[in-house]
Design a protein around this ligand. Sequence first.
Ligand SMILES: Nc1ncnc2c1ncn2[C@@H]1O[C@H](COP(=O)(O)OP(=O)(O)OP(=O)(O)O)[C@@H](O)[C@H]1O
Length: 297
Amino acid sequence: MEMTQKTTVQDGTGDAAAPRGELPDAQAVADSSRPELGSVELELAGVNKVYQARRGRVEALRDVNLSIRRGEFVSLVGRSGCGKTTLLRILSGLLPPSSGSVTANGQSIWRGASRNDEALKQVGLVFQEANLFPWFTIAENIGLPLKLRGVDRKARAERAEELCDLVGLRGFEGAYPRELSGGMRQRAAIARALSARPSILLMDEPFGALDALTRDKMNLELQSIHAATGATVVFVTHSISEAVFLADRVVLLTPRPGRIRSVTSVSLDRPRSADTEASAEFQQIVRGLRVELDEES
Ligand SMILES: Nc1ncnc2c1ncn2[C@@H]1O[C@H](COP(=O)(O)OP(=O)(O)OP(=O)(O)O)[C@@H](O)[C@H]1O
């Protein structure tokens, strides 16, 4: 059985995805635990980023090209400072690229240095810190994006309840962030990111501040959330094993300037479990990526 399909990128234009049919309905996705991938949802073409810092010009990204399909889970890994966060910030409308195009469902996220808020309605964000408002309850925090869109209180409360169920926070709707553990706060942050039903979820080291056991649990839960929502996920992490465990493809960036060095398809069966991590196939993929990372240092 072929476990991985690797594209090593010589010229920065690699993309290992192949069409795998249309996105099924949400129930079918939840039942299969293995979303079928749809048409291209996110596309980066010739993306460059240069920071004009006080100490001079910093070339963070060079000629990044990547197509991500609807429902796909893509992990982004690479050495510290290789540009992972920069890439995620460009995708999330927080930072304009210096050149190149970024589209979500065919709509440009950036028009020059101007952000296209319409295109970004499809995008939810989760960072390493949960950044919940301490004076709002968990349900109010989760409903905040809906409040900003003018959704009424009752509908917000219903959606918050639904999402608390999804992320394992049932019964904590009325709690305040200080009453929750770090893992629970991160679940609330994921629920908040999902509240307006974005089709794309961008996650920057969401479990980086959690202890190892909680992190493993959150990875299992994120896998279920991904299956249940059918969302397209881009997930930045320092952990190769976390990246492989979650992903359909792992994108490895070179050290600065960040270019795509390789794209590794991970076709391990889903749902994945602790047994998956113990398997020879899993360990072989992780080892291969570690070797590549070492070659980069
Ligand atoms: N605002 C900025 N001004 C100047 N340089 C920056 C700025 N932000 C990031 N950089 C530089 O760009 C490069 C990429 O940074 P980035 O934070 O994207 O890397 P990263 O891969 O996410 O790093 P880490 O894994 O340590 O979080 C780094 O060399 C960093 O110093």
